[in-house]
Design a protein around this ligand. Structure first.
Ligand code: OXD
Ligand code: MN
Length: 580
């Protein structure tokens, strides 16, 4: 049996169901990409941007009701409902196939069906994995070219005929009423219909590299996490690698390519969204970035917040739902320039000052990692980079201090499980409401999160020296609603303390929450930040924390007996330490 025999059989089956006019196997070449772009320019799927100032850049305008991930239409389809757990939407596999199969019947009639063999992770890495995705969207094929490694590079990595995750995607009629994002982890299968939006339709990303991969990772003893990976270089040239979990649209991309405000310190970007992490023969965690592109949020990206991204998206980038200047350049809110006269909004209408945002708040850029000026020389190392610290960060105006450190691995896992955040435009729904988001994985964990916490707990004892775990919050505000911490490039001051703690040098005080930096421990040189504002950013309030932990207890309830005893124990210990 040839290594692709099973994939070919599945593709034939899919073609019989969806009835495309033509079946094309994508090869990942430049020629193929250029051909897709030419087709999309002809039919209006893409608009050419100014090829002198933005060479190789194009604009795509999506259906106005298809602009973000739709979590309410995303399902985990395991045989047992308990295996999906209380935080996932669940459908029985047979029912899912029955209900949604009909939407694929004939859905590609008159369209081309593309088969995309793609590799998640560096070529030749034992940690990399293959997917075979079928889609009727040329925009998805072109985006997959940027976001993954497409073609022979993937097929060559297959170890057996069933060594792939199968992903079936069809635009359907783009109606939210007929939109479903289904995951069958027991079959390594994804079905997505009715959306062309990145997180719903670029199946290598959230569907494969997080939801299906998290299931495989638990079975096989590794980790698939919603984390950026960066290397922080100190003035002596030593690089410490950190991985950080943060909810969607909360600054992961900016942090991963931070331009340091401290002289002599420098950040190297390995990945901005997903980390696959395994334990090596020496008991060291090693991480790869399974992706080869960034699918970043455009609004607020500027020379001040993220100069590297600003430089990176000047070429070979597909923009989605940004505004367009009369000169054919992209524009978005908080880009650092005033909206020019004649600006056209993300829906192609003339934009009026004072009206709705010109760019959609979840408008995006899709750009190759290799174009990032801060890309790490180790970003495609097949062995991955050694991880010395984990950071859990979320968006909270109150309660959570700027930074603190867990007492140990178990306490750190508890802190990750306790994370909550204010929602953003990256998902359809209300923006700014607080919701629980353990490890920033609530939308992406492909199985019962109680088992996910157990899995995290089981990793620590396998490590020679478990990474230290930190909690950060760049988003704390004062009573007047102003941010207490300047963020962006200044975050290096917090990262520096984290690295010092990892090395055993940084100073801290023990509190009921964990180890907090003393106010002098953070290097504020060259920063105009009064010490009392820093003290406010680092402050914690007993009453607020006791109330928050009560709420956390309620969040844990539906997990029942499946919640690891040590997580409950950490919760009770923390309440006791707070005198509650
Ligand atoms: C993303 C997301 O696109 O988390 O990375 O929504
Ligand atoms: Mn993400």
């Amino acid at each position: 049996m040839s290594v692709t025999a099973m994939a070919e059989r599945w593709v034939d089956e899919v073609a019989r169901l969806t009835r495309p006019a033509e079946v094309i196997w994508a090869d990942g070449t430049r020629q193929e990409y250029d051909g897709l772009v030419a087709d999309m320019l002809r039919d209006g799927t893409l608009i050419e941007m100014n090829q002198l100032s933005y060479p190789g850049c194009y604009l795509h305008r999506s259906h106005p009701q298809d602009v973000a991930r739709t979590e309410q239409l995303t399902f985990i389809c395991t045989r047992s409902k308990d295996d999906a757990g209380p935080t996932n939407n669940w459908m029985a596999p047979a029912e899912a196939k029955e209900r949604v199969g009909g939407l694929f019947r004939g859905s590609m009639r008159g369209r081309r069906m593309f088969v995309i063999p793609y590799l998640m992770g560096p070529r030749g890495s034992p940690m990399s994995r293959v997917g075979i995705m079928v889609t009727d969207s040329p925009y998805v094929v072109a985006s997959m070219h940027i976001m993954t490694r497409v073609g022979r590079v993937a097929l060559e990595q297959m170890r057996s005929p069933d060594d792939f995750v199968a992903g079936l995607h069809s635009l359907g009629d783009l109606s939210p009423e007929r939109r479903f994002i289904l995951h069958f982890p027991e079959e390594k299968l994804i079905w997505s219909v009715g959306s062309g939006y990145g997180g719903n339709a670029l199946l290598g990303k959230k569907c494969h590299a997080l939801r299906i991969a998290s299931w495989q990772a638990r079975e096989e003893g590794w980790m698939a996490e919603h984390m950026l990976i960066l290397g922080l270089e100190d003035p002596e040239g030593r690089v410490t690698y950190l991985a950080a979990a943060m909810p969607s649209a909360s600054g992961k991309t900016n942090l991963s390519m931070l331009v340091s405000a401290l002289p002599g310190w420098r950040a190297w970007t390995v990945g901005d969204d997903i980390a696959w992490i395994s334990v090596d023969g020496q008991g060291q965690l090693r991480a790869i970035n399974p992706e080869r592109g960034f699918f970043g949020v455009a609004p607020s990206t500027s020379g001040r917040t993220n100069p590297n991204a600003t430089a990176m998206v000047r070429s070979n980038t597909i923009f989605t739902n940004v505004a367009l200047t009369p000169g054919g350049e992209p524009w978005w809110e908080d880009m650092g320039t005033d909206p020019p006269p004649g600006l056209v909004d993300w829906q192609g209408q003339p934009w009026r000052p004072g009206g709705a945002p010109a760019a959609h708040p979840n408008s995006r850029f899709t750009a190759p990692v290799s174009q990032c000026p801060s890309v790490s020389p180790a970003w495609e190392d097949p062995q991955g980079v050694p991880i010395s610290g984990f950071i859990f960060g979320s968006r909270r105006s109150r309660v959570i201090p700027l930074v603190f450190e867990a007492f140990d691995w178990q306490h750190g896992v508890f802190l990750g499980s306790a994370m909550s955040t204010e929602t953003t435009a990256a998902i359809t729904g209300q923006v700014g409401v607080v919701r629980r988001d353990p490890m920033a994985m609530i939308p992406f964990c492909g199985y019962n999160m109680a088992d996910y916490f157990s899995h995290w707990l089981s990793i620590g004892p396998r490590l020679a020296k478990p990474p230290k775990i930190f909690r950060v919050n760049w988003f704390r505000r004062d009573d007047g609603g102003r941010f207490l911490w300047p963020g962006y490039g200044e975050n290096v001051r917090v990262l520096r303390w984290i690295v010092e703690r990892i090395r055993g040098t940084g100073t801290a005080v023990e509190t009921p929450l964990g180890f907090l930096p003393t106010p002098e421990a953070l290097d504020l040189s060259g920063l105009d930040l009064p010490r009392e504002r820093l003290a406010q950013a680092l402050a914690w309030d007993r009453g607020e924390w006791i109330a928050a932990l009560g709420d956390l207890g309620a969040f844990y309830e539906p997990f029942g007996e499946r919640l690891p005893a040590s997580i409950r124990e950490e919760l009770h210990r923390m309440i006791r330490r707070l005198g509650g």
